[in-house]
Design a protein around this ligand. Structure first.
Ligand code: PEP
Length: 255
């Protein structure tokens, strides 16, 4: 598989951290640190209330702004939710769907992940769709089955052409926010399997062009090794994306 056929994407997932004022200060600090590092796309996925501030602060830089979730309906009685059109209307370019914290705490299922993904694509967003096994699933030896199922269901109804706006993030649940990272070999095995699933659905050309990220305690120390693997094209980064210095080291490792 030829890595040059796809774009590396380093995306931060801020989760429920940072106010608008902190967002502005963070981006002003980060922008000069990552200026000219154009060997990967740099994305910050931020809380809804921070998006407008982030978009303004990132103007004229190589930093792109994303959201952490999106609803599947265009509008209506969905208290507390935000539609894809609302996101694009304030300059959002990317969105995360199916993060394991959404699956775990907010009842997200493979089917609702698919609904959110297709709604976001329709609105022109680039979508980072998260898949990954729990510790129990890994111990039961069903990691590849679990991740393949999540990937296949997430991509239901997505066309080959739309795949250019889909990024798949392999995030083993047991590695998220725990400080416990998958080894580069474990991450590579699953990312290669995900690419195989994309190949079986869309063919080799689409599979070779699809960005597959690793996420789960990626940090300034382990990023280089993980990103050197053949099938790992970037990272989805939680904790380490809240520190400009650490995030910059990861961006540099992806060049
Ligand atoms: C995440 O939230 O997607 C994530 C990978 O978090 P962390 O890097 O903190 O494990």
């Amino acid at each position: 598989m030829d890595k040059s056929k796809r774009t590396a994407v380093i995306a931060g997932n801020w989760k429920m951290n940072m106010t608008p004022a902190q967002t502005e200060a963070f981006i002003k600090e980060l922008a000069p640190m990552v200026a000219g590092l154009d060997g990967c796309s740099i994305v910050l996925c931020v809380p809804f209330v921070d998006i407008a501030t982030a978009v303004k602060a990132a103007e004229g830089t190589n930093i792109h702004v994303g959201a952490e979730n999106v609803h599947f309906a265009e509008k209506g009685a969905y208290t507390g939710e935000v539609s894809a059109e609302m996101l694009t209307s304030v300059g959002t370019e990317y969105v995360i769907v199916g993060h394991s914290e959404r699956r775990q705490y907010f009842g997200e299922t493979d089917v609702t992940v698919n609904q959110r993904l297709t709604a976001a694509l329709k609105a022109g967003l680039k979508v980072i769709v998260c898949v990954g096994e729990t510790l129990t699933e890994r111990e039961q030896g069903v990691t590849l089955e679990t991740v393949s199922r999540q990937t296949k269901v997430a991509l239901m109804g997505v066309t080959a052409d739309e795949m250019k706006n889909v990024i798949i993030a392999y995030e083993p649940v047991w590695a998220i926010g725990t400080g416990r990272t998958a080894t580069a070999e474990q991450a590579e095995e699953v990312c290669a399997d995900i690419r195989g699933v994309v190949c079986s659905l869309y063919g080799k050309e689409v599979a070779e062009a699809t960005t597959v990220q690793y996420g789960g305690s990626m940090n300034a120390k382990n990023a280089e090794e993980l990103l050197s693997m053949k099938n790992i094209d970037g990272g989805l980064i939680g904790g380490a994306s809240l520190k400009t210095a650490d995030f910059t080291v990861i961006v540099k490792a992806a060049q």
